[in-house]
Design a protein around this ligand. Structure first.
Ligand code: ADP
Length: 474
């Protein structure tokens, strides 16, 4: 008698197809004594091979049968039926029904989980008359359909098989074991090879890493050395620049007294109170005085620049009245000889901001720029104005002219010491090439900057941008 439905124990996770008991029987065997286990194992493998299961699956089915055979022998043996189910799921199924019930869990119930892993479906149904074990294994996809003719052939094939001696099956079992051992060894060798490769790759990566960190360290050392060298060079440059400034300051200082004396003496010679000179002598004395005046200008400019470069200019920060500064410039520059075609326009600062700066230095910069403007403008105007960019904490003082202008590529060069733009216009005016470098230095001392925008033939605009308060105080 079959077990009641609620008594079924389903030990496979998924049950497919039409369930236990279905299919076309192929072979029936009796399991009664220990020896029969071998027979069932052997037959199981042969049937599995005959229906098209692959070698590994044949061994699985045979192993499952021999394991369950041992279990069922504890219930006085069993009847074993091999069957196949047809499309859509072609399976080999085996039904084993014990002659007497086996206690739940069985004496060797621990075999059950292992067996369930060997097959696709595995069902154990305890019953009052006997325990029913049912298992199945799906045939591979490529196996042709098991038609009635094919089934008849299979039955004939299996019927012709002679029961092999238990020793033969043992030998076959040994073969399978050896094959399995080989497989394990092969896998172990593969693993060792992969490990070896991994180790080699690791070594390579480590070597690369070491090489890279070595290179990095070397580069770092190089950079550090370079910086040290740079520091040295900077210190040397600084020292050289200081020496130059000191030299200039000393020489100019020493020159100033004799040059002033020459000017004074030439003025005395030309004085009407002195003995009268011939016209030629007068002309020569004038030449001496003009040359000495040029020389004095140069010496004064050099001295100023040297002082500024040596950092010896300490601005006296006061609140500057821009209106007063502009007024004073207007007055002093108007006295200069200049072309009648050129207007000097000093705009009155409309709403002068409160500016803290050094009035003397600021006036020097503006006078320098205005003098240049007048020197290099043949007609039109030279204009000074103050402007405060919206929202800024700076004031911009611009000196613009309608003069000869400066080519764009020389805008920075005119701030270099002794540089004068070459050309015929230059030849007509005198100068030292020290005015703009000095003016820019002063602008920096005042915490600001001096720049130029200019177009040849149209004019130039020099902009002195100053902070409203000294840099330290902002
Ligand atoms: P200097 O005027 O004594 O030659 P600066 O340093 O003041 O020396 O000026 C350098 C040169 O820049 C001048 O020689 C001149 O070529 C050019 N330069 C200066 N200001 C102007 C200007 N407003 N317009 C055209 N060129 C100028």
């Amino acid at each position: 008698m079959r077990a009641r439905r609620q008594d079924r124990i389903v030990t496979t996770p998924e049950r497919t197809g039409d369930g236990p008991g279905a299919g076309t029987p192929l072979l029936t065997l009796a399991l009664r004594v220990e020896r029969d286990i071998f027979l069932i194992r052997q037959r199981g493998r042969e049937v599995a091979a005959a229906v098209g299961l692959e070698y590994q699956d044949q061994v699985r089915v045979a192993t499952a049968l021999s394991e369950m055979g041992r279990e069922l022998l504890t219930g006085n043996g069993a009847d074993v039926t091999f069957a196949v189910t047809e499309a859509p799921t072609q399976r080999l199924t085996v039904e084993m029904i014990s002659l007497a019930p086996i206690p739940a869990g069985g004496p060797n119930g621990s075999r059950t989980p292992a067996v369930s892993r060997l097959v696709d479906e595995f069902v154990v149904e305890p019953g009052e008359a006997g325990t029913r074990v049912w298992l199945s294994r799906r045939l591979p996809a490529g196996v042709p359909p098991l038609t009635a003719q094919r089934l008849a052939e299979l039955r004939a094939e299996l019927g012709a098989l002679v029961a092999a001696a238990p020793l033969d099956e043992l030998a076959a079992q040994n073969q399978q074991l050896l094959a399995a051992l080989d497989e394990v060894r092969r896998q172990r060798d593969d693993l060792a090879r992969v490990n070896g490769e991994l180790q080699e790759t690791n070594n390579g990566v480590m070597a690369l890493y070491n090489e890279l960190s070595g290179e990095l360290e070397e580069t770092n050392r190089g950079v550090v050395a370079l910086y040290a060298e740079l520091d040295d060079k900077t210190a040397q440059l600084h020292a050289a620049s200081e020496a130059k400034s000191r030299f200039l300051a000393n020489v100019s200082h020493e020159l100033r007294a004799p040059v002033t004396a020459v000017i004074g003496l030439s003025r005395l010679l030309a004085d009407s109170a002195s003995d009268p000179l011939t016209d030629e002598q007068c002309r020569q004395v004038d030449l001496i005085r003009a040359s000495a005046t040029d020389l004095l200008n140069l010496v004064n400019d050099l001295l100023n620049l040297a002082k500024a470069e040596a950092g010896r200019l300490e601005p006296a920060w006061v609140t500057v009245d821009l209106r007063a500064v502009f007024g004073q410039l207007r007055g002093t520059l108007r006295a200069l000889p200049r072309r009648p075609e050129v207007d000097l326009v000093v705009e009155d600062p409309a709403d002068p901001p409160s500016l803290r700066s050094d009035e003397v230095l600021l006036t020097q910069v503006l006078r320098n720029l205005l003098t240049n403007g007048l020197k290099f403008t043949e007609r039109g105007e030279v204009r000074l104005r103050a402007h405060r960019p919206a929202g800024g904490d700076r004031v911009e003082l611009t000196v613009s002219d309608t003069g000869i202008g400066i080519p764009a590529e020389l805008h920075e060069r005119v701030f270099e010491e002794f540089y004068q733009v070459p050309g015929p216009n230059q030849a007509r005016v005198t100068g030292t090439g020290l005015g703009l470098p000095y003016a820019r230095r002063l602008a920096e001392v005042l915490g600001g900057s001096l720049g130029v925008a200019s177009t040849p033939g149209k004019g130039s605009t020099f902009t002195l941008a100053l902070p409203l308060a000294p840099p330290e105080a902002t």
